[in-house]
Design a protein around this ligand. Structure first.
Ligand code: GTP
Ligand code: MN
Ligand code: MN
Ligand code: MN
Ligand code: MN
Ligand code: MN
Length: 199
């Protein structure tokens, strides 16, 4: 386990901590951009009310709900449909960097990954843009992550140059690597280029 990380049990033992759960929903696809660039995978993120990119999910109260049922509740609000999340979907838990020096209780962020079918992802996108209670309010829209790199550097590198909430960017990068959604070489290239364009 990397430094700063907690087991699920250790995290729940912290009674004074606040908890937030977020999930990366993704699917495989055969679709091709311009009929020639394989998309390979669909990863869903969202444009938040604060202009930052993040994953769907939110604050959970472990004294009233399990982490997973709380995450499902957040997904109903933000995506407009009930998605069952199980303990097996849990990836890691870690302390969020303190948002301000005066903030009283520490926040623990729990991260989940759930693989779906392409058609299920499309259903999530439709619901998020129509029936979701938070649409246009807390959530400005769902976005797919471009995983390819175009000649000239567009694609993943440009996406990674945007601003992300908390450690959502590293959750994305580590998941792409761990699940082999992008080759280490391509990811390294995109990360290097995104740092250059970021400055
Ligand atoms: P409210 O309903 O307004 O309370 O929002 P919410 O419950 O949907 O909470 P939100 O999704 O904003 O998450 C709560 C906190 O978790 C945020 O203030 C961030 O500090 C952090 N956070 C939000 N999204 C992510 C994410 O994708 N990854 C990580 N690591 N942290 C996140
Ligand atoms: Mn066109
Ligand atoms: Mn929410
Ligand atoms: Mn949220
Ligand atoms: Mn909430
Ligand atoms: Mn809310």
């Amino acid at each position: 386990m990397a430094s700063g990380q907690l087991s699920r049990a250790e995290a729940l033992a912290c009674s004074g901590c606040r908890h937030a759960c977020h999930v990366m929903l993704y699917a495989d696809t055969k679709a091709q951009l311009f009929g020639r660039i394989p998309i390979k995978h669909i990863i869903l993120m969202q444009m938040r009310f604060d202009g930052l990119l993040g994953f769907p999910g939110g604050l959970v109260n472990p004294s009233e709900e399990t982490l997973e049922s709380g995450l499902s509740r957040e997904l109903s609000e933000e995506l407009g449909l009930a998605l069952p999340i199980s303990v097996e979907d849990h990836v890691d838990s870690c302390f969020a960097p303190p948002s301000s020096p005066s903030s009283s209780s520490r926040l623990i962020t729990h991260f989940y990954v759930k693989k779906m079918d392409e058609e299920q992802i499309r259903e999530v996108e439709r619901a998020a843009a129509s029936t979701a209670a938070d649409h246009g309010l807390e959530v400005l829209g769902m976005v797919r992550v471009p995983l390819y790199t175009m000649k000239g550097g567009g694609g993943l590198a440009s996406f990674l140059s945007h601003s992300f909430i908390g450690n959502a960017r590293s959750q994305l990068v580590h998941s792409m690597l761990r699940l082999n959604l992008v080759s280490p070489r391509e990811l390294h290239k995109a990360l290097t280029h995104s740092l250059k364009t970021h400055a």
